[in-house]
Design a binder for this molecule. Structure first.
Ligand code: FEO
Length: 389
């Protein structure tokens, strides 16, 4: 695939991994993107995951016409796209690695070699002249590792964005980017919103015509759509005014309360997403919580605490800097319900939270009183945050 007359895609598709990074389901697979740049001098932008080196080197051979690359640029040392370094350096003994100085100790740790005589360390503002084009380097610490260094081809406006703007999945149909890109972002990069914001401020000053990430499709149209979404995500603002109901249920009664609440909210015209935290993909639930303006948590009191998948969920939100949302609670308990208190305490340290006044308490199962409380909560959530209705 040609990105432009100088840049060719030489990445690979992984349809076999079940869990990316050992925790994110990838039912539509994942790509490990790599690019060949021919600017008279030639460069390869990043490599691939372990097990894909052979097919990737074949792709490189086709793209380069068999020429040895002058440079291997390593934007990020995580093994999902650095595991081909050894194969390339052994295949092409003249190739020089260009990377952040922090990458080389990591390279030694992962692969036992850091190429002291075949490397160039680059930092923010450095550039690499390839002849007919020039790459400018932009460091982006913690997007998503400390050594991340993006490259911008200022001749054609192509931004090699490392993990930023990455997406799970192989298919490239229009309209599919947002959901899987959000799940990727909030799972993998979401903790580092302020660093992503800094990067976006830098990118805003560039004339970007294409974004080439390390996962997912190359983005050539509507660049403002992608940078706009990233801006919202990085500043922890909700993407929509939907209501995400995340529940757990031991005997089905908390689920009934969650469904009752969801039905009432939908009848009032609100967009509702619901998920059973014991069964759903946790990374999808985390993404939904960050994308929606309101979060409803419904769970059982359990061992004096809350049901374990709910604790895991709230911890995952906090770990990623959850904030600026309205939250409401539905609790269940047969002899001493206290899960609403525990959940509110867990979220109270998150900045900019507003908690609904109405709490719904079930003593084992729904009753007229708890159904009325669920309706009162639905009405409260249909008002604007802070409404005294
Ligand atoms: Fe795609 Fe941070 O690894």
């Amino acid at each position: 695939m040609e990105i432009n007359e100088r840049i060719k895609y030489i990445g690979v598709e992984d349809r076999t991994t079940d869990l990316f990074e050992g925790q994110y389901p990838v039912p539509d697979g994942i790509t490990y993107n790599s690019y060949f740049i021919d600017g008279e001098k030639t460069a390869v932008m990043d490599t691939v995951a372990e097990g894909f080196e052979e097919i990737w080197l074949e792709n490189l051979k086709k793209a380069s016409g068999g020429r040895a690359p002058d440079y291997l640029i390593v934007q990020h040392m995580e093994p999902d796209h650095s595991s081909g370094i050894t194969a390339l350096m052994e295949t092409f003994p003249e190739t020089v690695i260009v990377s952040n100085a922090k990458s080389f100790p990591m390279m030694k740790q992962f692969f036992g070699e850091d190429y002291p005589d075949r490397r160039i360390a680059v930092g923010d503002g450095d550039s690499l002249d390839l002849g007919s084009c020039r790459l400018e380097f932009i460091t982006a610490p913690m997007v998503h590792w400390p050594e991340v260094t993006l490259a911008y081809d200022s001749t054609d406006g192509v931004l090699f964005s490392a993990d930023a703007f990455g997406r799970f999945g192989i298919s490239e149909q229009d309209g599919e980017w947002d959901g899987e890109a959000a799940r990727y972002y909030f799972g993998i990069v979401g903790k580092f919103g302020s660093q992503v914001k800094k990067l976006l401020d830098r990118v805003a000053g560039l004339n970007v015509t294409a974004i080439c990430p390390l996962h997912g499709p190359v983005l050539k149209k509507d660049i403002g759509h992608y940078t706009g979404l990233y801006g919202k995500w990085a500043s922890y603002q909700p993407e929509n005014d939907g209501i995400f109901i995340a529940y757990t249920s031991v005997y089905g009664n908390t689920k009934k309360a969650a469904e009752l609440l969801g039905k009432s909210l939908e009848e009032k015209g609100r967009m509702v997403i619901s998920a059973d935290l014991s069964r759903c993909d946790m990374s999808q639930a985390v993404s939904n919580a960050f994308r929606c303006g309101t979060l409803v948590l419904a769970t059982t009191t359990y061992n004096g605490d809350i049901f374990p998948p709910m604790r895991e969920f709230i911890s995952a939100l906090k770990e990623r800097g959850f904030r600026n949302r309205r939250a409401a609670f539905v609790e269940n308990g047969t002899w001493a319900p206290r899960s609403a208190k525990v959940m509110e305490e867990m979220l109270s340290g998150c900045p900019g939270m507003e908690f609904a006044r109405t709490k719904v308490t079930l003593m084992s199962a729904l009753t007229d009183a708890s159904e009325a409380a669920a309706e009162a909560l639905a009405q409260e959530l249909c008002g604007a945050p802070g409404d005294e209705n």
